[in-house]
Design a protein around this ligand. Structure first.
Ligand SMILES: *Cc1c(COP(=O)(O)O)cnc(C)c1O
Length: 433
């Protein structure tokens, strides 16, 4: 019986895979809103490398040796594990595998993009990166990456998460990041939001606006985004390429592949190399993107041009969106609260290559607890969405008797998100309608 497929450091991919080279139709370009020039703002706020990669059409893009070394030093490749005990517990003929991005030192896949973003910024002479963080995973990863590459890091953390998770601020401080609750008094945007509503819980949209404002107003500061944009999806494909090698070693062809989707980066990173095969006509794997019913971007949003932030600093992106002023209900503690979705993931969903699915919060935690009790690993609240969908698929196989191979991306661990579990046990956790 296979339990774990490990690769060696040498197997860390030398290139990122660029989905833009293989899309079934052209990706609609970002546009300015009437009378404004956000595309120029983007060019000021981001590093040159990020912008270049955002629009690159080469199928493979070389990973700089320094970045590849940092990937290895920070523990890549990550293992692929067979969930034998979960299979037994569910009494399913399905085979379940999970790719362990929780083994990253910061506990999630986010470091895969934080490292190259900090590396390119340093190379361009930038002194400080600013960013937003929702649940705290991205701010943590960027704090560490900046520290590894000798850059300063400022993180705007959505206020409701900031107050719920004091440990997150603590860990970002340990990695030498500076953290502020957003809306904050540091920026014009923040001050305006507070003036209108002193009790504003914050949102990713507002936090993005604050971080971008700093980058737009300071030459030596650049802004860094942890999901949604094409270059972030690109960096994350390190996961899917490793996964391909591991599945070949296990002699498995996946029937169903599953990842949770907030802005789309762990989904894209783990599954784009496989979606390429489907577009090429070489596979009929089903790809499921799982989101919360509290923030149902892919299942209930409209496919439209919208801003990436609440304030209209970003250009308009064609994507599934709930509207840029959407504020997810505070009941939902996880990091899947963003109003939009990666334009590439959105397009592939619209074209029918991705099946979106929304799941309820309590069911997710129940699934996460079943997973932890059987496999030992405690999933992040976001990851429990993928687990819930995986368990659903495995139970379908139990009914039909099919021995499907189900592969799930385990995006992160929940050791710093225990509060959500506590409210589940206390019975105070609510489902969105
Ligand atoms: C940030 C995060 C997500 C959601 O972001 P994506 O860009 O959709 O991947 C999911 N899981 C974990 C553990 C995260 O930290």
């Amino acid at each position: 019986m296979t339990y774990k497929i490990e690769l060696s450091s040498d197997d860390v991919p030398k290139q990122w895979y660029n989905m833009l080279a293989d899309l079934p139709c052209e990706l609609p370009a970002p546009i300015n809103s009437e009378g404004k020039d956000q595309i120029s703002s983007l060019q000021i706020a981001f590093t040159k490398a990020a912008l270049e990669q955002e629009f690159a059409t080469d199928r493979y893009i070389k990973i700089p040796d320094e970045v590849r070394n940092l990937y290895m030093e920070m523990g890549r490749p990550t293992p692929l594990v067979r969930a034998n005990r979960l299979e037994e517990y569910l009494n399913t003929p399905a085979k379940i595998y999970f790719k362990r991005e929780d083994t990253s030192p910061t506990g999630s896949h986010k470091l895969n993009s934080a490292i190259p973003q900090a590396y390119f910024a340093k190379k361009e002479g930038v002194e400080r990166l600013t960013t937003e963080t929702g649940a705290g995973q991205w701010g943590t990863a960027l704090s560490l990456a900046c520290n590894l590459l000798d850059l300063e890091c400022t993180v705007y953390m959505v206020k409701v998460s900031f107050n719920q998770k004091p440990d997150r601020k603590n860990i970002m401080n340990i990695y030498d990041g500076n953290v502020y609750a957003s809306p904050s008094e540091n920026t014009k945007v923040g001050r305006e939001v507070i003036a209108n509503d002193p009790d504003h819980p914050g949102s990713l949209g507002v936090a993005i606006s604050e971080a971008m404002e700093e980058a737009l107003e300071n030459d030596n500061v650049k802004y860094s985004l942890g999901s949604v944009l094409n270059h972030v999806m690109l960096h994350q494909t390190i996961i899917g390429q490793e996964l391909k090698t591991q599945l070949e070693i296990a002699e498995e062809t996946p029937d169903v592949m599953i990842a949770c989707a907030g802005g789309g980066s762990n989904f894209a990173g783990s599954l784009f190399p496989f979606i390429k095969d489907k577009i090429d006509g070489n596979s009929d794997t089903e790809f499921i993107a799982v989101e919360p019913t509290a923030c149902p971007t892919l299942t209930q949003g409209s496919y439209d041009y919208d801003f990436g932030d609440s304030n209209g600093f970003t250009p308009m992106l064609k994507m599934f969106t709930l509207g840029h002023d959407f504020v997810a209900p505070s009941v939902h503690a996880g990091g899947l609260r963003y109003h939009g979705m990666s334009p590439i993931v959105s397009l592939l969903t619209k074209e029918g290559y991705i099946t979106p699915k929304a799941v309820h919060q309590r069911d997710c935690f129940e699934s996460g607890i079943a997973f932890a009790r059987n496999e030992g690993v405690l999933p992040a609240p976001e990851t429990t969405h993928a687990i819930k969908a995986t368990i659903d698929e495995a139970l379908k196989c139990k009914e039909t008797g099919e021995e499907k191979t189900i592969v799930m991306n385990f995006s992160g661990h929940g050791m710093l998100d225990l509060k959500g579990y506590a409210s589940y046990f206390e019975g105070t956790m609510q489902n969105a309608k």
